[in-house]
Write a protein that binds this ligand. Structure first.
Ligand code: GTP
Length: 240
């Protein structure tokens, strides 16, 4: 491994559930501090970092949709949940001395900036962490699709999807002891096998725009740094 980062600009997708830590709901301050420090490490190493965060730790639409709630209303509530998470991450990152900017795909100007691609790119060039909130701003799209879209829009060199397992497996490793990990996969394989790595919209967007994707375990301290420094043994690579 060299001392120079292998990637100039990355987009890191965090699920809302990842922010809960061991709780069943909400935002864990320990997780926020851990994440902020992992991110600071790579920013200090010269990597430009954009984030997309989900909202499942605050609001899950499926249950309410099953109970009869209008899907679009549920999706709007989910988007607002991602703004709450984005503000929490911005706060955690700024508390340890980095600059961060939340940009929302829904207009909430009193709270944060609007998503403006060129402005986001300037922030990244200045070493600020840009947190893209409110998904794509549209119902029916996941935050994985938002991550794929923003990664392509800001020309990220790598899309990183942080999960609770260290890559993509043939089956759920928590349920099936025979499950084995893929070290590499193509988007077409992931699509054909309907692997639950990301939804199909996100996978197709990445494939069609030749975005490199790595799925890795965010709970492992130092894994993020190793990846950006060129350690190709971590997680699963998904390529065209
Ligand atoms: P430069 O132009 O590179 O200096 O970037 P900057 O973000 O520091 O400058 P700007 O004057 O755009 O923003 C100053 C502060 O206001 C930053 O904390 C921004 O996040 C915040 N800000 C900018 N636009 C908005 C907005 O529409 N809504 C809210 N709530 N804050 C904003």
């Amino acid at each position: 491994m060299s001392t120079k980062p292998a990637y100039k600009r990355i987009l890191l997708k965090l699920s809302g559930e990842a922010l809960m830590g061991s709780s069943q709901f909400g935002i864990s301050s320990e997780v926020m501090t851990f994440l902020a420090n992992e991110i600071k490490g790579i920013v200090d190493a010269g990597v430009e970092v954009a984030l997309v965060v989900g909202g499942g730790n605050i609001f899950r639409g499926e249950g309410l949709a099953r109970g009869g709630m209008d899907r679009i209303t549920g999706d709007h509530m989910g988007m607002l949940a991602t703004v709450i998470n984005g503000l929490a991450i911005q706060d955690a990152i700024e508390r340890i001395g980095l600059q961060a900017r939340v940009q929302s795909a829904l207009r909430i100007n009193e709270v944060c900036e609007d998503y403006i691609r060129r402005k986001a790119q300037r922030h990244l060039e200045k070493g600020r962490v840009v947190i893209f909130a409110a998904g794509t701003g549209n119902p029916f799209f996941t935050t994985d699709s938002a991550a794929a879209l923003r990664a392509v829009e800001v020309s990220a060199d790598l899309l990183l999807k942080a999960t609770k397992v260290d890559g993509i497996y043939t089956a759920d490793p928590k349920k099936d002891p025979k499950a084995t990990k893929y070290s590499t996969l193509t988007y077409d394989q992931a699509l054909d096998q309907r692997l639950s790595v990301m939804d199909q919209t996100a996978l197709v967007l990445c494939r069609d725009n030749k975005m490199k994707l790595r799925v890795y375990d965010m709970d492992r301290p130092g894994a993020l740094m190793k990846i950006v420094m060129g350690d190709d043994t971590i997680g699963t690579h998904v390529t065209v």
